[in-house]
Design a protein around this ligand. Structure first.
Ligand code: GLA
Length: 437
């Protein structure tokens, strides 16, 4: 037995398999000549055992993507403000601004280029970055982003073309993954345009396998707009986040048709309503994605942007800023870098919050925190200021207990309350607190 074990170890180098076979046989054949056939037999057994050991090792060794996005990813993405107007200079300027504005210190780490960085494929099928807009290529952009201690994201599409008509990934998944890894890509947003009859689950499993085969840990953002309910399978196929809805637009209200008449873009409230009931699907490493932030893009008031940001944090949503960080107002800066609100989003328990009470336009949203406390958002969707009450029982606490309340926008302890907490809330505004028994 012992000889056999050491034989396996010896055999791992391959070259020594023969010497093991010889020693093993000599001990059982008492020096008799061993026929070649037996030699082959033992060699095959050794190789089989080795392959089995290798297969077992492969099974237990985690994929490079294990343990990614244990809290919701935070960063910046080009689409909401710049659409196809992306370039090396702009992206580098934005990466600088992530650092200079204090956003890096607040937790924002990914700098993600959305659609339109790519123009074609070369004769070997390699994806080609726009040579005018990215004259030094994508690796140079990634290197610059990494030199600032940030991470680099790119965008592609599971179909033949991206939504803006650029080359998609279909049929090039493994080739692209190798390319991304060579560029130092840390995050891939994978869209769902031009996918005709493709199966969503299989397509995203395929790109995850390709990314893992590249050997580089790469966050996979499934951008399938919720059509095939990715919350039901996104985690299983190795997605780290999945869009739950169609695209956000920089406005407060409901759904509206796109200019071409197709349905529909979503305001903040419309996206919010589509999150109801999805909370159990989110957790460390796999998040519901209600789309990127519009904070600071000009279509809403600062009050509405504060609500948008508070609600996304309560939903444990990925926080991907989408504004021009090089020129934001102090009010927008203070919203995006509110560390107390960000801490709710990034709470390590990884629970997504949910709507726990609704009375017409007045709503209470709550999220369980790791320390046993709750983050609570009182939301007033109506036209005038109103008082809103969060009852302890709606938060999962007995009404008899006393708990400390802290206002996360005023950065102020509000003392202890028993049974409930009430506040006056501006139209389209929120009051956001933590409640700690
Ligand atoms: C889709 C996505 C958006 C954006 C664009 C780019 O609409 O949902 O987030 O990536 O494509 O073309």
């Amino acid at each position: 037995m012992c000889t056999m074990a050491s034989g396996i170890v010896n055999g791992i180098g391959g070259v020594r398999a023969q010497s093991f076979t010889f020693r093993y046989q000599s001990s059982i054949t008492s020096g008799k000549t061993v026929p070649m056939k037996t030699n082959h037999f033992f060699l095959s057994i050794s190789l089989f055992v080795l392959m089995l050991a290798a297969a077992m090792f492969a099974q237990v060794s985690p994929a490079p993507s294990a343990n990614l996005a244990l809290t919701p990813p935070m960063g910046w993405n080009s689409w909401n403000k710049f659409a196809c107007n992306v370039s090396e200079d702009m992206i580098k300027g934005m990466a600088d601004a992530v650092v200079k504005s204090g956003m890096k210190d607040a937790g924002y780490v990914y700098v993600n280029i959305d659609d339109c960085w790519q123009v074609s494929r070369d004769a070997s099928g390699n994806v080609v970055a726009d040579p005018q807009r990215f004259p030094h290529g994508m690796k140079a952009v990634g290197d610059y982003i990494h030199s600032l201690g940030l991470k680099f994201g790119v965008y592609s599409d599971a179909g033949s073309k991206t939504c803006a008509g650029r080359p998609g990934g279909l049929g090039h998944e493994y080739q692209d993954a190798i390319q991304y890894a060579a560029w130092g890509v840390d995050y891939l947003k994978y869209d769902w345009c031009n996918t005709t009859t493709q199966d969503a689950r299989a397509s995203y499993a395929n790109i995850r396998a390709a990314l893992d085969a590249s050997g580089r840990p790469i966050v996979l953002s499934i951008c399938e707009w919720g059509t095939a309910k990715p919350w039901l399978w996104g985690k299983e196929v190795g997605g780290n986040l999945w869009r739950t809805t169609g695209d956000i637009q920089d406005r407060w209200g409901g759904q509206e048709k796109w200019p071409d008449g197709s349905c529909c873009s979503n305001g903040v409230l419309s996206i919010l309503d589509q999150q109801v009931g999805l909370q159990s699907y989110a957790g460390p490493g796999h998040w519901n994605d209600p789309d990127m932030l519009e904070v600071g893009n000009g279509g809403m008031s600062d009050v509405e942007y504060r609500s948008h940001f508070s609600l996304w944090a309560l939903l444990a949503a990925p926080l991907l800023a989408g504004n021009d960080l090089r020129s934001m107002s102090p009010a927008i800066h203070d919203i995006l870098t509110n560390k107390e609100v960000i801490a709710v989003d990034q709470d390590p328990l990884g629970r997504e919050g949910e709507r726990v009470a609704k009375n017409g336009d007045l709503e209470v949203w709550a999220k369980q925190l790791k320390d046993g406390g709750r983050a609570v958002v009182l939301l007033n969707r109506g036209a005038g200021e109103q008082e809103i009450t969060a009852n302890w029982e709606d938060l999962g606490y007995p009404s008899t207990i006393s708990a400390s309340v802290r206002d996360l926008w005023q950065h102020k302890d509000l003392g202890k309350s028993t049974g409930k907490f009430s506040a006056r809330v501006a139209s389209h505004g929120v009051v956001m607190v933590t409640v700690k028994p």
